[in-house]
Design a protein around this ligand. Structure first.
Ligand code: ZN
Length: 204
């Protein structure tokens, strides 16, 4: 790689920081960009910068959005009485792709993990409680689906939230069969996710 000029080496180095990209792939991508029309390279660089400057958390669900309220929260066709609680925006994407859910989401932006020093105040649990107890911006929430991962942290987070909701008049369900125990939602295929949502079981 040292035979390349510094600017090529530099871009190769930066691209290999992306997940799943080794030096060989990075090299191929860099050479592709080098030979691509100037406009194409400019559009790529520009879209990366735009992503970093425009994407923020939706004020309601804490998912990714480039507006204050995301397209899901502002969609009048979504069922506002059911809220699906997930760990990360990527999990919401998995559920959306499955096409089996028409309610709203709440993204915790993390998961309880005492080993890593992540407690209830470090993730969006308080905001979830506020939403359930009092939110004049939408109709009362009737069901909370706990769709955190089925690994230790995901289970602990789901039980913690279920416990907090013990005395609230809201139905609490947990995604069920199909999601392998110990698994991260992003490895779950669409059919499995659809079934997991359909067969969710009632906690309370
Ligand atoms: Zn939103």
């Amino acid at each position: 790689m040292h035979h390349y000029p510094a600017s090529i080496r530099n871009l190769i180095k930066n691209i290999t920081k992306l997940p799943g990209i080794g030096v060989k792939t990075a090299e191929r991508l860099v050479l592709h960009i080098l030979h691509a029309p100037h406009k194409e390279a400019e559009a790529l660089a520009q879209s990366i910068l735009e992503l970093k400057s425009r994407i923020r958390s939706c004020r309601r669900c804490f998912g990714l959005s480039d507006t204050e309220i995301c397209t899901i929260c502002s969609n009048p066709n979504r069922v506002t009485s059911i809220v699906c609680v997930v760990e990360q925006p990527g999990d919401m994407a998995v559920i959306e792709k499955s096409g089996g859910f028409t309610g709203l989401y709440h993204i915790l932006q993390g998961v309880l993990s005492p080993m890593d020093g992540v407690g209830p105040d470090d993730i969006r649990i308080k905001e979830l409680m506020d939403k359930i107890t009092y939110d004049p911006t939408h109709a009362p929430i009737e069901e909370i689906i706990l769709a955190t991962a089925t690994n230790v942290e995901g289970e602990a987070t789901a039980s913690y939230i279920a416990k907090l909701l013990e005395n609230h008049p809201v139905k609490v369900t947990r995604i069920a069969s199909g999601v392998p125990i110990g698994s991260d939602l992003k490895y779950v295929d669409q059919m499995t996710m659809q079934r997991a949502l359909r067969t969710r079981y009632v906690i309370k």
